[in-house]
Design a protein around this ligand. Structure first.
Ligand code: DC
Length: 217
């Protein structure tokens, strides 16, 4: 039996970093489900598959050759850790994520990450669709401006540019697509706890979640 903590929320809310740090403190495994959608988007682009070809993309999803190893992401053995982090791939991931055919193919793979002693999973629908049985569900958010600032910092650190204003717009457009889609839209699970990380440090958010876990039933 695996204990499960889910951390859902919009892009740039810090979920990825927080998820891995919480997992580390608790000795749990972590799942970055957004990386799966990003990998699939990258794979589709590389293979010249149109991002609205749900049939072909779901076929690729059913045989996705991906490995998470030592903090690296390998697609068919190739290191794509940095390649999947670009804004263009995030945007493409959000586009292919609207298709239920694609989501269904990734469901089983995501569930397989739940192994003892526990898992911390981040994404958009971890608490609502993939792990509705989770003992602790967090909905982590922050203002669009704060999220854009964080992304901007990450992009600069990775040697990529981009204007902050354009990033705010991109983030708002991606929020709209993730929230507005019919299949597994981004929304807080009814039994989730909301954390607004605007003005909080990563360490504060991590500690808050670890404390909530120790109090969880
Ligand atoms: O968390 P992220 O920015 O890496 O996610 C990229 C996109 O993937 C996001 O805009 C929507 C999609 N996604 C999803 O639909 N469901 C998830 N559980 C995770 C990500």
């Amino acid at each position: 039996m695996s204990a499960i903590i889910t951390i859902d929320g919009p892009g740039g809310s810090g979920k990825g970093t927080v998820t891995c740090l919480v997992a580390k403190q608790l000795g749990f495994r972590c799942l970055d489900s957004g990386a799966l959608y990003r990998i699939l988007a990258l794979d589709s682009i590389k293979n010249g598959i149109a991002l609205d070809n749900a049939d072909l993309i779901s076929k690729s999803a059913s045989s996705l050759d991906v490995e998470f190893f030592n903090g690296k992401v390998l697609l068919k053995g190739e290191d794509v850790t940095d390649a999947i982090r670009g804004e263009d791939i995030g945007e493409a991931a959000s586009k292919i994520a609207i298709y239920s055919l694609v989501r269904d193919e990734l469901l089983h793979f995501q569930k397989s990450f739940a192994v003892a002693p526990g898992l911390v999973a981040d994404g958009r629908d971890m608490g609502t669709q993939v792990f509705p049985q989770a003992e602790l569900k967090i909905y982590l958010t922050a203002s669009a401006e704060e999220r854009a600032k964080r992304r901007h910092k990450q992009l600069i650190a990775a040697g990529q540019g981009g204007s902050l204003r354009a990033l705010v717009k991109d983030i708002q457009a991606r929020d709209q697509r993730d929230i507005g889609r019919e299949t597994a839209p981004l929304r807080p699970a009814e039994d989730s706890i909301l954390i607004d990380s605007t003005g909080m440090t990563i360490e504060e958010v991590v500690q808050k979640i670890v404390n909530l876990w120790h109090k969880a039933p």
